[in-house]
Design a protein around this ligand. Structure first.
Ligand code: NAD
Ligand code: ZN
Length: 356
């Protein structure tokens, strides 16, 4: 499956399939090997242990390749992780003709992407996602790191030369990470693609491991379309925040790492469905959706146990809010996202009522 993306800087291709890691040049622009002088592959320790050798050997067919392996975890998406990588780039002798290969999940993608966006004012980047979640994070050009004050507060838009998504690498992904990635696929289904949503409902948890390239490509297509129309997040890209306003608040209140992002997003989406109905809209019914999502493997304990006042405080900190009230994505009807503004009192009332 291939998807072409026309970004404002250049056009690139997303390829989804099996064993792509073994012949990456096939999925890169034809002139790529001629125009580059060297490559630096970045991966975390886990991904490196499984796939770095394959990928290194494949790229080494045409270009000098260096590798750099980072510890696993969100902590690397920090100033110190960023500095460490910049130093690695300098030591490797990367220049404007070099490229960085981000082999990993969203953490490596965001961090390596931000290094590529800023090193010598920007060099080439190739995204090779290895998690289900990264089908989302590797598309759209957002790169960045965290600040102690909050996630993703520092960053840049930087589009890759190509996204090479070898879904065979998903075979080694732990179940927890599957649920994380499915959260975003389900989101894409709710906001834009009824067929995708239906197919996801048909999968049961065990079948999750046999996810097809077609299903993934549908989910990628939703993100691509939205991002294409609104590359710099001034309008409809906000729909991708469906479920995320509450999700970020839940993650923050629970303490990062206590709750997976996917779980938080699924909780947030169900609450957003509830809010939509309370506002008089005709979107899917929260209680009904909750049933299949629970069977799929998601827990709704976080939402049910939340302290409404604390969650509200956290929501108001969200960098996407304007002014004092909270901007919320709800569904006006199936696959009809809209943005509403909610005041404190409404939010508290809805949260308290939802818990019952
Ligand atoms: P991650 O990169 O930390 O990967 C999750 C875990 O899976 C890690 O422990 C990793 O070592 C392991 N792993 C990765 N691939 C594996 C494989 N094939 N087999 C076995 N283990 C594997 O996290 P993630 O969930 O992929 O991404 C989360 C990050 O993505 C967050 O920092 C988030 O902010 C970011 N994100 C960015 C965007 C964007 O638009 N840029 C969008 C959504 C999320
Ligand atoms: Zn998300």
């Amino acid at each position: 499956q291939t998807i072409d993306v026309a970004s404002s800087s250049h056009t690139y291709t997303i390829t989804v399939g099996k064993q792509l890691r073994l012949s990456p040049y096939k999925y890169l622009p034809d002139n790529f090997p001629r125009k580059k002088n060297r490559l630096l592959i970045l991966a975390d320790e886990t991904v490196a242990s499984y796939y770095l050798e394959d990928v290194r050997t494949a790229y080494a067919e045409k270009l000098p390749v260096h590798t750099y392996v980072l510890p696993v975890g969100e902590e690397m998406k920090s100033f110190s992780g960023y500095e460490e990588l910049l130093s690695a780039c300098l030591q490797t002798g990367l220049d404007r003709e070099s490229a960085i290969i981000a082999l990993g999940g969203g953490v490596i993608g965001d961090l390596a992407g931000f290094v590529a966006a800023t090193y010598m004012r920007g060099i080439s980047l190739v995204q090779m996602p290895t998690t289900l979640l990264a089908h989302d994070s590797s598309i759209g050009g957002k790169t960045g790191i965290n600040h102690p004050e909050g996630k993703n507060l520092i960053g840049a838009f930087h589009q890759p030369e190509a996204v090479i998504y070898d879904i065979e690498m998903l075979d080694t992904l732990p179940k927890k990470e599957w649920l994380c990635g499915f959260g975003e696929m389900i989101k894409h289904g709710y906001i834009a693609d009824p067929q995708l949503l239906e197919q996801l409902k048909q999968l049961n948890q065990c079948a999750a491991l046999t996810i097809s390239d077609k299903l993934l490509a549908s989910s990628i297509a939703v993100k691509k379309e939205i991002v294409h129309e609104d590359e710099r997040e001034q309008g409809i890209r906000a729909y991708l925040n469906f479920g995320h306003t509450l999700a970020h608040a839940l993650e923050q209140t629970a303490g990062y790492g206590m709750l997976t992002h996917g779980e938080a997003v699924v909780n947030g989406m169900v609450f957003a469905l509830y809010v939509g109905r309370r506002l008089g809209y005709d979107g899917p019914d929260a209680a009904e959706e909750l049933r299949w999502l629970r069977a799929f493997g998601y827990s709704f304990t976080p939402l049910k146990q939340m302290d409404s006042a604390r969650i509200l405080q956290a929501m108001k900190h969200d960098k996407k809010n304007r002014g004092g009230s909270v901007r919320y994505v709800v569904l006006a009807d199936a696959q009809q996202p809209i943005i509403v503004t909610l005041d404190d009192e409404q939010l508290l009332t809805y949260m308290d009522a939802f818990k019952k």
